[in-house]
Design a protein around this ligand. Structure first.
Ligand code: CU
Length: 169
């Protein structure tokens, strides 16, 4: 009984650590990895290899030939930068993914979006940890009791938020 609660505590501490790395700070995704934001990268394929969660950041690294323009879905489809939701050209643009849903980015220069596929769509999911999600680094604990009941989970998230807010504010 005692060791069981210690085990649960261990899991909670592990997830708190995970939270500190992934949830509170958010994860930085370097768009296009080492190539950055440039011509003829398959950003659709790049995006498909990443999981974007609320609070994560996109980091666009690019030379002075390019810009980053956040647009809506129809302007993304047509590569139209004339109605930007936001835009930047400083070569190192960090975009906070602060809402769940789809976010669209294009390069606003010439035909870079249309002709050189400088367009990126990411789908952001919420931060909540679902039991089915297997958080990296936390070993699946073989246990007869299910690790997180709904009520436990609710309490746990509250405690987690409290701890996070304490550390970061
Ligand atoms: Cu460009």
């Amino acid at each position: 009984m005692r060791s069981g609660s210690e085990g649960a505590m261990f899991v909670k501490v592990a997830v708190v650590l995970l939270c500190l790395v992934n949830l509170c700070n958010g994860e930085d995704h370097i768009v296009g990895d080492s190539t950055g934001w440039d011509f003829n990268v398959d950003y659709e394929s790049w995006a498909s290899k990443h999981t974007f969660r609320e609070g994560d950041n996109l980091v666009f690294k690019y030379n002075s030939m390019h810009t980053v323009v956040k647009v809506n879905s129809s302007n993304y489809e047509t590569c139209n930068p004339d109605l930007p939701l936001s835009e930047d050209d400083n070569g190192n643009t960090i975009v906070s993914l602060n809402s769940v849903g789809e976010h669209y980015f294009i390069c606003g220069i010439g035909s870079h979006c249309r002709a050189a596929k400088m367009k990126l769509k990411v789908t952001v999911t919420g931060t909540s940890i679902s039991p089915s999600m297997d958080p990296a680094g936390v070993p699946a604990t073989p246990s007869s009791t299910s690790p997180l009941h709904n009520k436990d989970f609710y309490v746990f998230v509250s405690v987690l938020s409290f701890v996070c807010s304490f550390i970061f504010f």
